[in-house]
Write a protein that binds this ligand. Sequence first.
Ligand code: NAP
Ligand code: MG
Length: 458
Amino acid sequence: MGTSTEPSLKVIEPATETVLAELPHAGVEEADAAVARAKRAFGAWRAIAPGDRAMHLRRLAATLAERVDELALLEARNVGKPIGDARGEVGLVVDTFNYYAGAPERLLGDTIPVAGGVDMSFREPLGVVGLIVPWNFPLPIASWKVAPALAAGNTIVLKPADLTPLTALELERAALDSGLPEGVLNVVAGPGSVVGERLVQHPDVAKIAFTGSTAVGRRIGALASEQIKRVTLELGGKSANVIFADADLAAAASAAPLAVFGNAGQDCCARSRILVESSALDRFMELLERAVTELRVGDPLAERTQMGPLISAEQRSKVRSYLDGDAPVAIRGSAPEGPGYWLAPTVLCPVSNQDRVAREEVFGPVAAVIPFDTEEEAIRIANDTIYGLSGSIWTANGARALRVARAIEAGTLSINSNTSVRVATPFGGFKQSGVGRELGPHALDYYTELKNVFLATN
Ligand code: NAP
Ligand code: MG
């Protein structure tokens, strides 16, 4: 470290466009060294008593809980997300480690009635797992992978996004400070095309868990198939927020903006297609306009801020390109001037589901309002996408709410709510939104192999 020839990574603060940190940029050598450390640590980590593994997760949760404010500040500055949101997210990370601390002692198998003996199944850890995470929710998404992977007895190499490596490095530090054995959790900050691909292709990495774009997810899937490597993918989305005329329109309209513009729209669960029953469109748009213009866009470190800047100039110009289509701008919120990758939240209406802005994931503060006339049409439009991550249904009719929820091809739906993530419930996508589930008890299935053992008794 520290030689002038070593490549370095400059981390930018998107609200100010200034350098927040500069750190060594890892390459293949560092990735290989991290895999080797994780491989050496695996035997001891898988062998410790389940109760001791649980204790390690609880201690890590407690160490993170002591550092909520500093981690939230770092995440808010690095991502440009509102400090209140960042604090909530670090709280979720603490909850995630505490939740999976309950797992090591509950990784149950079955005994299965068969002839001639006793048959048993076991959940075995995979070994070294490679975790690759994006820049929009750096610490929460890392924790959704790290916590179940550790609980199941795996060791880890975690690669954060180049834009946002700082809280992942703090997680590694917190793990060591909390007494997690060395080599169990290794963080390598380096480019996706180098360090990420090396993890995918490394013969000693048993599994890759990835969150990011569908394009990179496809590439990882293709590379991993060479070694039949286990892969779970959490990818993009183009989720529908379906609002029926009988819904509490005031509640739906006040929740809709942050369901798209939260995290400046850089959220795979963003309900970026707002489907509104035609008979309620005018009333809904009036209410939505009020809610969007009241959004507080600005300094991420100010307590009252609800939306900050985008992550980068590149992301902002990509998002702006979606505003040049055929759909008219119906509502435009505010954004600060001056340094920072700001972009005003914008609602387009009416939008056809065939427009580019309705087909592609924008990953920025742009919402498309698409009118519909019948329940069948709403379902057809909601499903007319390659994605299937999330979505909402707003209606006072409970039977219809469940009927539509069952008909929508998506993994994580909410009724009369725009929330997607709860530590205890499964999260993940249908179709090209991904493979596998995170959070909840099911996540453990993706960090274990099912083994069956037969013991002859006669
Ligand atoms: P991305 O370009 O796919 O990057 C995600 C991660 O993969 C980063 O750590 C990146 O490293 C790494 N990576 C890039 N190329 C790679 C390769 N060839 N092999 C292995 N790893 C590689 O996505 P992003 O730009 O960070 O995030 C935006 C996208 O992620 C959006 O499409 C969004 O929907 C999706 N996303 C999905 C979810 C979900 O839960 N479904 C959550 C968040 C985001 P570098 O940064 O170093 O290049
Ligand atoms: Mg990228």
